[in-house]
Design a protein around this ligand. Structure first.
Ligand SMILES: *Cc1c(COP(=O)(O)O)cnc(C)c1O
Length: 425
């Protein structure tokens, strides 16, 4: 009988893993000795799928061959380039293709969405967000409140965990929405918190927001390609995400945006417009009046940056081949295994701040060192682990189910136990 703390146990889990072969579709960065590194940083920057180069080359070739005619005659004509991704993303975010558009980057899209969905009045003007949100989200939300003439300190409600706790409790989030009531214009939360890895109950939050008459949007930076999403069925008004984390589309890749179909053509909903959001049938008539195309694509402003978008195709193909249900299943198996191993170490060296409840965690487990967190992180790095560190003392470990193995998890843990000078109990 092998115990989970034996390396053979990890190898057995890898042999039984139906998704194990997907790892070969990715470039794994090497350590200085040529060994593959233990890459547990897919929550920050996903690895490069080997198919990316062919997708980018294809566009380079079509540009060389066709010049401007590539807009119509490229193998994937550039005129409708954004639409290929909407099809691929549909099962990943749980929305119809017309509710999805790939454009801009995350924070930019958040601003575009808030222009449409944050329309404060003198009495209903508050925005509810996490106090522990990613800094860019604070800047975006605060600046939108200020743009409408409100003091962000008054207009933006920033939720904090209870004293001594790291995560928000579901019931506290819902109670805060109810408390804000008729003053609440917008709920803007993350789907998964970048720091703790906590997954929010997006369906219940959407219902609670709508019950008080607010609109509800999510920042899915750490949720897309990580947990199963049903944006349409949950009735979410809008969502935004970036594509370089779990979606593996490369540094600074083009982000994505969801607009619920109930808003497809809603008259009276303001938006910042540009020619690419105009109905393609009349776009080239170059008339001054804007006629939006239906759906999320109507929020496009500029034409698609084809070379920045092409790398996303290869990864989305792998996602669709594997399927989100199977990926989520493996993701939970990886983090379950990681938690089992961590529990075998002396509890005195770090706390696990990610929720234990499988429904409340994704592919990430965050460890908070009780002391010398940076030293611990540096020693992991020296051991060949690529993960990341956030002050004060938090090390984020994210095994991505498309390319991480159970052996990766074991090797990380083996280095960790060496570093903290402890043997498995
Ligand atoms: C990664 C991340 C961002 C990054 O924003 P960009 O506009 O893509 O640079 C923003 N918000 C959250 C929650 C993130 O995790």
């Amino acid at each position: 009988m092998t115990a989970p703390t034996d390396f053979d146990y990890a190898l057995k889990l890898d042999r039984e893993d139906p998704l194990a072969d997907f790892r070969d579709q990715f470039f794994i960065p090497e350590q200085s000795g040529g060994e593959p590194s233990i890459y547990l940083c897919g929550n920050s920057l996903g690895l490069q799928p080997k198919g990316v180069r062919a997708d980018v080359d294809r566009e380079l070739e079509d540009w060389a061959r066709l010049g401007v005619d590539g807009h119509f005659e490229a193998r994937d004509p550039w005129l409708g380039y954004h639409a290929y991704f909407s099809e691929q993303l549909s099962p990943i975010v749980g929305a119809s293709p017309s509710e999805i558009v790939v454009m801009n980057s995350l924070t930019t899209n958040l601003h575009f969405m808030m222009i449409s969905f944050y329309q404060p009045t003198q009495t209903r003007y508050k925005i509810l967000m996490e106090g522990g949100a990613f800094p860019s989200d604070h800047y975006a939300v605060d600046s939108q409140a200020a743009l409408h003439g409100f003091d962000p300190k008054d207009a933006v409600i920033k939720l904090a965990p209870r004293p001594g706790e790291e995560c928000l409790r579901d019931e506290d989030v819902l109670a805060a929405i109810e408390d804000a009531g008729e003053e609440l214009a917008l709920v803007m939360l993350g789907g998964v918190n970048f720091y703790t890895g906590q997954v929010f109950d997006m369906g219940a939050i959407t219902d609670a927001g709508h019950a008080v008459g607010a609109r509800v949007g999510f920042d899915l930076a750490h949720a897309v390609g990580n947990v199963e999403l049903r944006l349409h069925d949950w009735g979410v008004d809008f969502a935004v995400w970036c594509s370089y984390k779990y979606l593996n589309a490369g540094p600074g890749a083009t982000g994505g945006c969801f607009v619920h179909e109930r808003w497809a053509m809603a008259p009276g909903l303001p938006r910042l417009t540009g020619w690419w959001g105009n109905d393609p049938d009349t776009r080239f008539e170059m008339k001054p009046e804007f006629v939006p195309q239906p759906g999320a694509a109507g929020w496009q402003v500029s034409n698609a940056p084809v070379f920045a978008m092409a790398p996303q195709k290869a990864s989305l193909r792998l996602f669709n081949e594997a399927g989100m249900p199977a990926l989520r299943k493996k993701s939970l198996a990886l983090t379950d295994y990681l938690l089992t191993l961590l529990d075998a170490l002396p509890a005195a060296s770090f706390d696990i701040i990610t929720p234990r409840d499988p429904a409340r965690r994704g592919s990430q487990v965050s460890l908070k060192a009780q002391k010398d967190g940076k030293k611990l992180f540096d020693a992991l790095t020296d051991g060949g682990v690529i993960c990341d560190y956030r002050e004060p003392g938090v090390i984020r470990i994210a095994p991505a189910p498309l390319y991480n193995s159970f052996a990766d998890v074991w090797k990380f843990w083996d280095i960790l136990r060496g570093v903290i000078g402890a043997n498995a109990q």
